[in-house]
Design a binder for this molecule. Sequence first.
Ligand code: AMP
Ligand code: SF4
Length: 470
Amino acid sequence: MLAEIKGLNEECGVFAIWGHEKAAEMTYYGLHALQHRGQEGAGIVTTDGENMNAHKGVGLINDVFSEGEFSRLNGHAAVGHVRYATQGGGGYENVQPLVFRSQRNSMALAHNGNLVNAHALKNQLEAQGSILQTTSDTEVIAHLVKRSGNMPMEEAISSALGMIKGAYAFSLLTDDQLFIGLDPRGLRPLSIGRLGDAYVAASETCAFDLIGATYEREVHPGELIVIDDDGFRTKQFTQPLQRTMCSMEYVYFSRPDSDLNELNVHASRKTMGKQLATESPIEADVVTGVPDSSISAAIGFSEEMGIPYELGLIKNRYVGRTFIQPSQELREQGVKMKLSAVRGIVEGKRVVMVDDSIVRGTTSRRIVRLLKEAGATEVHVRIASPPIQNPCYYGIDTSTKSELIASNYSIEEMRELIGADTLAFLTTDGLKQSLVNERDTEAHGICQACFTGNYPTEIYPETIIPAYKD
Ligand code: AMP
Ligand code: SF4
């Protein structure tokens, strides 16, 4: 049960292209730019209008694909996916895009996010005779689409999307059409671009830059885009609601060179760092950031405080992400292998260590220790997001409530636990203000549920495993 629900928590990257003679290759490169969104599996499915060809596997894109694969993955359209699964659900059967072959029309589906009513829908589908082969939400979407019998695909998808609730950015490829859709609140990022005459879609705009595509626009909340030989059409499958884009995408998850809702991620992180300095200033000699995701915020903090930014911490690039290690003991070891403190920079100094977030507290505790062992006289921890006190049900693995340090301890207790001289977090208002776009006068609608507990959708407590309850 635990493995099943955990298997649903994915932070993934999707890519799609229509109308390009090298669709598979472009998807392969696009997925490379999205590799930070998932390292546990990768896949590409193409169509030449008559046949679908798929190649996928467990591991990094480079482990899964070799050059020879492209000659087999022929066709003018493709969908691709990189997968991040934290526990369970990481097997081959869950690697996307999932392909469903049928006489009428085959389809390949790639999806990022999490359906909050997946459990109820699975029960319903199984009661009606569907045989589910994976633990992933993606299959639920596919079964709902397939159930619509002979309805035109566009209507079948709209009807399926009407039944699912939660966060999803998806692309669905059939032999003659590509569909791109986003949940009614726009919780997950998804953009559209052009590459010559071809259309592309990607979870993050950094994928467009890598293949030389130009950004066109964001997919709107509740929008279904259809691309085929007749061109590009769009419809709302549901009334759009106020967009509540995941704020953790800005804080941690997305790449700094991506723009989300036309706001650059690096620039937004820098503003978060500046705002943090305004809210919780401190006297110190150097500011350092935890590579890579905290560097932008640390630069902002340093600029606002007028304290020099230094490379006090160095990352060992060839070690996987901390979260992938399964146990606390291994996670602690992972942090140690990943980072080193630079003695020549921090020795005898009062150091401000800026990190983007605290989840379980493992990283901060280890880094404070590393900096002190390297001779820092004081370590002041500044976190460029508010305390994470609630789990996420929308596809970002922020762990269970019992594991979230900020859900169980006060700020003073956390300071003591991580061994810092002082500890401060960005406020929720400060985060919101940091996400104001130059073009707009007020902040984009953002989700801050893991900080505030105010979830923008229903949550369906019956689908939540005990650890997710208080
Ligand atoms: P922890 O050590 O458990 O407190 O995790 C905090 C660290 O993990 C921070 O340095 C973040 O950069 C990173 N992080 C934050 N959120 C996530 C997430 N959802 N998945 C993986 N890593 C994360
Ligand atoms: Fe993002 Fe947090 Fe909202 Fe989840 S709960 S979508 S991590 S802001």
